[in-house]
Write a protein that binds this ligand. Sequence first.
Ligand SMILES: [Zn+2]
Length: 187
Amino acid sequence: MIIKVGHLNGEVKLYDLADQTSAGHLMQLIQSELGCEVQLVNAGESIAASALLGSESIYYVTVDAEGGKKKKKKKKNFAKPKKKKHRHRKVKLATLKLYTIDNKGTVQRSHKQCPQCPQGVYMAKHFDRHYCGTCHQTFRMDEATIRANLEAIKKQQAAKAAAAAAAAPAGGAATGGAAGGKKGKKK
Ligand SMILES: [Zn+2]
């Protein structure tokens, strides 16, 4: 049978081949002719080497282009360290902190109650504000209180740092060990 092959230069060549010739055989023929690896395309689709040729269609020669290869993605280098997400920590029996009972047995509420919400809604105490988690009402504390609170926080942090520094040499090189030591000291 006669097989029509369209070459890269636009020329259509005829190949006289035995019936039931595979595409792979024709590819090898053209490859030795052109001296490079080729692919055969029919009706816009490349043909497997095992496929049988048909005399009624035209096969086109294509060559794998190096430029067609997908570019390797460059690995991203992040300049800034990842931000630590705020994680909600569950505090067990947090409501106990809202009340204190003195030795006479009277209950004192240590947190401000939200004026907008029904009774029993207490506001969170931050260093500079009272905040209602239900209606998002915020009250700023007065400057003197804020300053006092900030100082208390600073003292707490200094104490923590001192405890960490003291625990570090004893805890050894491993970070896990040092953290464990810190926890032990707090209690
Ligand atoms: Zn509220």
